[in-house]
Design a protein around this ligand. Structure first.
Ligand code: IMP
Ligand code: MG
Length: 185
């Protein structure tokens, strides 16, 4: 199977170079707004590619404010293998470090209903974080079921199912260097 046939049902929405430019711009904004001793909480699995690029962009952008983030991961599940939200969020794997008294930046792939990020934010708040901000690569407007917004947004996208750059459909397509859309049933 060639790469072209493997991806015949994926339409490119945002190219790799557009993503790179936007991640750099986001990092430049983030370093002016947040303290250098950040705790980054990356929500797995969808945000691992975005987080990996964002922390390096933060390093490059943060020469002046001396940013030195710590990174931790939490696996939350709300979708399972389907493309429709099950409505409840569960911790599949928890953080390894305490967030008490820390300035936390939660990083996620996409803000849709807002259930995942509401759950993560409330949990981290309950655990005594000093401050909490949210950065998402993508957001879909008009889909929110919870009153939550991200402080830093990469791209606002139409109401289609996005894959690539860490985002999946049935745990496939995460490796794509661009963001594409697929038809889901
Ligand atoms: P929310 O809880 O509905 O805001 O959805 C957040 C989670 O659902 C994200 O972290 C993704 O894992 C998943 N999700 C929502 N929309 C998409 C999409 O278009 N493509 C891939 N995953 C998505
Ligand atoms: Mg996710």
């Amino acid at each position: 199977m060639t790469a072209a046939t493997r991806l015949s049902n994926v339409e490119i929405l945002i190219s790799a170079s557009e993503i790179a430019r936007r991640v750099t711009a986001l990092a430049e904004t983030i370093v002016t707004k947040l303290p250098p001793d950040l705790m980054i909480v990356s929500l797995l699995r969808g945000s691992f590619v975005f987080t990996a690029d964002l922390i390096r962009a933060l390093h490059l952008a943060g020469a002046k404010n001396g940013i030195r983030p710590q990174i931790d991961f939490m696996t939350l599940a709300s979708y399972g293998a389907q493309a429709t939200s099950s409505g409840s969020v569960q911790i599949v794997r928890d953080l390894t470090q305490s967030v008490e008294g820390r300035h936390v930046l939660i990083v996620d792939d996409i803000l849709e209903s807002g259930r995942t990020l509401t759950f993560a934010r409330d949990l981290i708040k309950q655990r005594g974080a000093a401050s909490i901000k949210i950065a998402v690569l993508l957001e879909k407007p008009g889909k929110r079921k919870m009153p939550i917004d991200a402080d830093f947004v990469g791209f606002t996208i139409p109401d289609k199912f996005a894959v690539g750059y860490g985002l999946d459909y049935g745990n496939y397509y995460r490796e794509l260097p661009f963001i594409g859309v697929v038809e889901v049933s």
